[in-house]
Design a protein around this ligand. Structure first.
Ligand code: TMP
Length: 205
């Protein structure tokens, strides 16, 4: 694959979106061809699946259904835009990817992580990020930074979100080559400086 694939991860309220936005600006300023997408969503079909996943009215959604819908949204996004962009040599920045399913549905809901990885391999055409940045924040602090109107996942208990955080921390330990963990206890500018270091190293900027 000619392009590079960078994913951004983190629990609720980690400031991930702000950092991605700044990173996109940085890469554009360096004349890089980028594609930015978010998960779940990014293309029409996947955005429709996102609506189902985050709708607070879907109280009785099973863990299996939830896992597969995240994967279905991902499969469509990968086939429709991520793979073509990587083949064209673009830098793809993705707000969440398979690690989110491992953290939220695996560690959070208790779905078997090996099964998630197997289904994930099918859904993603076996593509793996070249670099993943996880933003780590204290769970209570992060949740207090989310908007007051909460979606179906944000509404879950603090215990659930603590398990998600633990999942991310374990992933970062297990896959230390691919994953960079950034603790969110600094200013936006200081955090962006660290993000840039990792991204620039990968892209040789
Ligand atoms: P967002 O708030 O970052 O846009 O993500 C939407 C929500 O979906 C967020 O609460 C995390 C959750 N999520 C999962 O539970 N599993 C996944 O695989 C993905 C991509 C997101």
């Amino acid at each position: 694959m000619k392009g590079k694939f960078i994913t951004f991860e983190g629990s609720e309220g980690s400031g991930k979106s702000t950092q991605i936005e700044l990173t996109c600006k940085h890469l554009k300023a360096n004349k890089k061809q980028i594609l930015f997408v978010r998960e779940p969503g990014g293309v029409k079909i996947s955005e429709k699946i996102r609506d189902i996943l985050l709708d607070v009215k879907n109280t009785n959604m099973s863990d299996e259904c939830e896992t597969l819908l995240y994967m279905a949204a991902r499969a469509q996004l990968v086939k429709e835009v991520i793979l073509p962009a990587l083949r064209q040599g673009k830098i793809v920045l993705c707000d969440r990817f398979l690690d989110s399913t491992i953290a939220y549905q695996g560690y959070g809901n208790g779905v078997d992580v090996d099964k998630i990885k197997k289904i994930g391999d099918f859904a993603t055409n076996s593509i793996k990020p070249d670099l993943t940045i996880i933003f780590d924040i204290d769970t209570a602090k992060g949740l207090s930074r989310t908007s007051r109107i909460k979606d179906r996942i944000e509404q879950r208990t603090i215990a659930y979100h603590k398990r998600v955080r633990k999942g991310y921390l374990e992933l970062a330990k297990k896959e230390s080559k691919r994953i960079r963990l950034i603790t969110v206890n600094k200013s936006i500018e200081d955090i962006q400086a660290i993000v840039k270091q990792h991204v620039d190293k990968l892209l040789k900027i």
